[in-house]
Design a protein around this ligand. Structure first.
Ligand SMILES: Nc1ncnc2c1ncn2[C@@H]1O[C@H](COP(=O)(O)OP(=O)(O)OP(=O)(O)O)[C@@H](O)[C@H]1O
Length: 575
């Protein structure tokens, strides 16, 4: 567990951790020495000359004082390190998550990540102060006590030395039995967490169809599995604890019987027998404490394994010698890519000229979003290359690339803050005037005028206080403020009211004037306004050209155009 903790905390925390372990070991050794000094102390006190116990008493007091001072020092250090654990683990997990490819974020992993970052990190804060000390004490103190016993009374010492590995074996066996049940429990807990998040997110849908919690089978099953796993864990824990308690008592009983037998035979004086029995009790005490902490130890080990699994996950490699593109021309050169060996793009090639607007259209599931994600290097291509200004995106530093590419998603997430906070996300050092200007250019003026506090109006968690069209305009304002030279816009598929639609179109036009713009287009007006239209189907660009080039043909674009015209025409008549 100590090694896992050191790995999770990283090299920066290695020195304080080593210092803490050294202090804890010194404190445990002082405790063992104090226990050991009880033997001559008791022997002398119960012997012919009790006054001879005085020097031993002084040594005993010194060892106890040393133990107290070292423990106080170690605990202070441990509490400080506990605070660091939370900060360091959050920092390291946060940094790691930013660098992970999007493919890593499956629902199960997202569930595990949220458990690790909240519950697990909080539990791990307790490790330095409340777990390391008993663990170190349970190892060092019995060792010192057993060594002293071997010297003072070799026969009883030998009995303890033989019993100690047996005790350790019992502990190891009970821990191993529980560890597998514990791992299974963590697994079902993550599944249940993922299901709860899914259930919460799908509430509007479930309610629309009148489904209740009982009918949500997946969630029910996950919660039932969690209950089963909890019970299985309990069944494994109890026998281990009973077996260890029995082993400890058996050891004490053996030492007692052996001691009495030796004393009755005249081989051991009464004073030494009392001293040895006191020592034997002290020997088992830290082991019993460690056994009681078994559940917490396993939990900590499980949490640390989870944290280390995330920290070990492969990130997209950063270039050794990063290059900076000179232009914003984007080229997809024979790009091939698929998810889980299922090919989606089978040789996609196109160019987005600088400061031009390209509309990407194609059937649902053709891979339009995938193209957009590869441009921002959310994943790496499996063959071919994506280049910006002639430089492969894999040769551009991650921070540089994200500064150059802005995303306007269809499903815009807004953070719980004011409208201004949400727009400022595009460029945190932007002035109020710049935020206001970006909002205006994104067509938000009418929205702001209707809100009581204007830009200072809170948007509610997830932006629920705004409509879909308004949220997308906030996202466009972010992109305008960021001034990224390349913008990818996933146009809303949901119908907007004509005013919102017009505002979004104006905002898109504002983006097109100053950036290389790739629009995953769903609206005729956008497609028509594009300098270039790309049709993606069967993993390739099947048609390319302007609207005039393609609209009268017999290809996919012409049928797309007819379908959309019908749909939008119907909406205008009906609306
Ligand atoms: N993270 C993922 N893991 C596995 N498969 C995925 C993932 N994302 C997308 N896919 C699959 O890849 C294919 C292309 O998806 P993509 O979202 O790129 O298509 P699209 O053209 O944008 O579709 P739509 O117009 O419906 O949004 C689909 O079959 C989709 O199910």
């Amino acid at each position: 567990m100590i090694r896992s903790l050191a790995t999770a905390l990283g090299p920066a925390s290695a020195a304080p951790l080593r210092r803490l372990l050294a202090l804890l070991a010194a404190a445990a050794a002082a405790q063992g020495t104090a226990y050991a000094l009880l033997v001559p102390l008791i022997q002398n006190l119960l012997g012919d000359r009790p006054a001879a116990a005085l020097p031993w008493l002084a040594w005993f007091a010194a060892a106890t004082a040393g133990y107290a001072a070292l423990t106080w020092w170690a605990q202070n250090l441990a509490f400080g390190l506990g605070q660091d654990v939370a900060r360091v683990l959050h920092d390291r997990l946060g940094e790691k998550v930013i660098g992970l490819p999007l493919g890593w974020f499956t629902p199960a992993r997202t569930g595990e990540l949220s458990r690790l970052a909240s519950q697990s990190v909080l539990q791990l804060m307790n490790v330095p102060a409340h777990l390391l000390r008993p663990v170190v004490t349970a190892t060092v103190t019995p060792l010192v006590v057993a060594s002293v016993l071997l010297v003072v009374e070799p026969r009883l010492g030998a009995a303890v030395a033989v019993a100690a590995p047996l005790l350790a074996l019992t502990l190891w066996w009970s821990n191993r039995a529980v560890a597998s049940a514990d791992a299974a429990r963590h697994h079902v807990m993550d599944d249940a967490a993922a299901r709860i998040v899914e259930f919460a997110k799908s509430q509007p849908l479930l309610r629309a169809y009148g489904r209740t919690a009982r009918e949500h089978r997946l969630l029910d099953d996950a919660l039932t599995a969690q209950g089963r796993a909890d019970r299985a864990l309990l069944h494994r824990v109890v026998p281990g604890l009973v077996a260890f308690g029995f082993a400890v008592r058996a050891l004490l009983g053996t030492v007692l019987l052996l001691g009495v037998h030796l004393a009755l035979g005249g081989d051991l004086d009464a004073a030494t027998l009392v001293a040895v029995l006191v020592l034997a009790v002290r020997f088992t005490e830290p082991l019993a404490t460690a056994a009681e902490l078994g559940a917490s130890l396993r939990m900590a080990a499980g949490n640390l394994a989870g944290v280390n699994r995330v920290l070990d996950a492969a990130t997209l490699p950063e270039p050794v010698r990063p290059q900076r593109p000179e232009t914003t021309e984007v080229v997809f050169d024979d790009v091939r890519f698929g998810y889980d060996d299922r090919p989606v793009l089978r040789g996609v090639g196109f160019t987005l000229p600088e400061k031009s607007m390209t509309a990407l259209v194609g059937p649902s599931g053709a891979g339009k979003t995938t193209v957009a994600r590869l441009l921002a290097r959310f994943w790496d291509v499996q063959a071919g290359a994506v280049r910006i200004g002639g430089v492969d995106v894999r040769d551009i530093a991650g921070a540089d690339l994200s500064a150059r590419v802005s995303f306007v998603f269809q499903d815009v997430y807004l953070f719980d803050g004011t409208l201004a906070d949400n727009i400022r996300l595009g460029r945190p050092d932007a002035t109020d005037d710049e935020v206001r200007e970006a909002a205006g250019r994104a067509g938000l003026d009418d929205v702001l005028a209707a809100l009581p506090a204007g830009l200072r109006t809170p948007v509610g968690e997830g932006g629920t206080a705004l409509s879909g069209g308004q949220r997308q305009r906030v996202s466009i304002a972010r992109a305008l403020l960021k001034r990224a030279p390349i913008v990818v816009l996933d146009e809303a598929t949901a119908s907007l009211d004509p005013e919102a639609d017009a505002a979004v179109q104006t905002a898109v036009a504002a983006l097109a004037r100053r950036a290389t713009l790739l629009v995953i287009a769903h609206r005729l007006q956008t497609v028509r306004a594009a300098d270039q239209i790309l049709v993606l189907s069967d993993g390739r660009i099947s048609e390319r050209g302007t609207h005039a080039d393609l609209a009268d043909g017999a290809g996919l674009y012409a049928s797309f155009w007819r379908e959309r015209a019908e749909a939008e025409g119907w909406r205008l008549v009906g609306g």
